[in-house]
Design a protein around this ligand. Structure first.
Ligand code: ZN
Ligand code: MN
Length: 493
């Protein structure tokens, strides 16, 4: 872009992403080393992932299956045959001095993913998704990448299977990027190929450039415009929140430069999370610098037919829409219940036996709320589905009050790992509890003849007064709605 002074409103932000996703397989992509975190550095290694002379790679079928699942989820083309290439560069975490990746015949091409931003739906084009091996990891000691005293290298991660997802430059704001990454994480988690909780399981590199608004025709930006605008590649982003922050920083850095008539350098910048800034690393390599050539140690892989043979579950967006339609849930409740597959499965299980609205309240609001408060995940109560169902049943059948269910039973289940029935027995919340409420209702009626007379004369306030009396007698533990009903029942006799 020529350096000239322009106003903020005449500019459009253009962002494209390369997302590295760590696949959840038991072993590495080209050897039998485990992918589980090791206790110390350089433990999960062998001649293949250390790149020792003569060691030969053997492709992990589970990694290919995971890539095909991703391809189906993003509606990509999966070719008859796919192939691996060597990407050559020297870096201390890459012992072979090349990375085995894919080049012109990736396993997935031309897909898309729909996102919702501020209530508006957008489709993001995914140009390709390919398989590759992860390099090792570097530990910068005494500072960050540009200030460290020295750096240690750990090859435990070397050879971990990755899928690199490359989008078209379809994003117009850091917020859209965040929405895309959140949706992508949900989809990957549904497919069972990804663990969002694993450190570094999602790593994002983003290209950002600022172009004149006049060049954005119908939201599409021409290749020539993008070529003319210098872009920066921001590396080292490791979460969707981090992506929004890093790109908002980079967006304003570039806009400020352009508004002051300065040129934006084409370069790679490193996101320094702790300092909240991007720092210049090096001028960006061009594709030709990598000297891609076919990986002769791995024959081309025929994947014709894999797409139809490998099945994937219903995806978050479809499930969200079905939950709203089938169970009559609000959009908010449906999206809360479907953001993680384990939660959605739990909900459907409970809703199959009890009122779907009641099930939604207990799973989305009460259970998730209490789990959140304790920093616990749904996975931690996965084996206790019958107990969750029993809790909802206790409320649905009026055996205990909602207040007791929430404050005593649910909390006891999560804090002490107790069974709901055991808590009800121990705390005397069950049948006797209901009897106590009825007893309190009868007492309140006997002690307040004036209020009863007012009620019989049709005065609306009288019943509220009696409810208040009963609540007082039960120490606030009764359910006001149930007390109201009991009062009407008793007063009718
Ligand atoms: Zn190995
Ligand atoms: Mn890559």
């Amino acid at each position: 872009m020529t350096a000239r002074s322009v106003g903020r409103e005449e500019l459009v932000t253009v962002i494209g992403l390369e997302v590295h996703v760590q696949l959840e397989t038991e072993t590495k992509i080209f050897c039998g080393c485990p992918t589980e975190p090791a206790e110390g550095p350089n433990e999960n290694v062998c001649p293949v992932c250390l790149g020792l002379p003569g060691a030969l790679p053997v492709l992990n079928e589970a990694a290919v299956e995971a890539a095909v699942k991703i391809g189906k989820a993003i509606d990509a083309d999966i070719p008859e045959e796919t192939r691996f290439h060597r990407k050559n560069y020297y870096y201390p975490d890459l012992p072979k001095n090349f990375q085995i990746t894919q080049y012109d015949e990736p396993i997935c091409a031309d897909g898309e993913l729909e996102i919702a931003v501020a209530g508006e739906r957008r489709t993001v084009t995914i140009e390709r998704a390919h398989l590759e091996e992860d390099p090792g990891s570097l530990q910068h000691v005494g500072g960050s990448i540009d200030t460290a005293d020295y750096t240690l290298v750990d090859y435990n991660r070397a050879g971990t299977p990755l899928v690199e997802i490359v989008t078209a430059p379809d994003f117009r704001s850091p917020r859209e990027v965040r929405a895309f990454l959140a949706e992508l994480e949900e989809v990957l988690e549904y497919l069972g190929v990804f663990d969002a909780g694993r450190d570094g399981s999602l790593r994002v590199d983003a290209n950002l450039s600022i172009v004149p608004a006049t060049e954005a025709d119908d939201g599409r930006i021409g290749e020539a415009t993008l070529e003319a605008a210098n872009r920066t590649e921001v590396k080292n982003i490791s979460s969707h929140k981090g992506a929004e922050k890093a790109l908002a920083y980079e967006e304003s850095r570039q806009r400020n430069a352009i508004e002051r008539g300065r040129a934006v350098e084409q370069e790679t910048r490193h996101w320094d999370e702790s300092r909240g800034i991007t720092v210049s690393m090096r001028s960006k390599e061009a594709e030709k610098d990598y000297r891609y050539f076919p990986e002769a140690d791995l024959p081309p892989l025929r994947v014709a037919g894999w797409k139809s043979e490998i099945e994937i579950p219903e995806l978050p967006r479809a499930r969200r829409e079905r939950f709203a339609a089938e169970y009559g849930l609000s959009e908010e409740a449906a999206s809360k219940l479907t953001s993680r597959k384990a939660v959605a499965d739990l909900y459907e299980d409970v809703a199959s036996e009890f009122d779907p609205g009641l099930a939604a309240t207990w799973v989305a609001d009460e259970l998730l709320g209490e789990l959140n408060y304790r920093d616990m995940s749904v996975a931690e109560i996965e084996g206790r589905l019958p107990e969750v169902k029993r809790l909802v049943e206790l409320v649905a059948t009026d055996e205990i009050t909602a207040k007791n269910a929430r404050e005593t039973v649910l909390r006891g289940m999560l804090d002490d790992g107790d069974d709901p029935d055991a808590i009800v027995d121990r705390e005397g919340l069950g049948k006797t509890g209901a009897d106590e409420v009825r007893l309190a209702v009868r007492e309140a009626i006997a002690e307040n003849p004036e209020a009863v007379a007012d009620y019989e004369d049709g005065e609306d306030g009288a019943i509220n007064f009696l409810v208040g009396q009963v609540m007082g007698k039960t120490g606030g533990s009764a359910d006001p709605g149930a007390v109201n009903e009991l009062l009407i029942e008793e007063l009718g006799n």
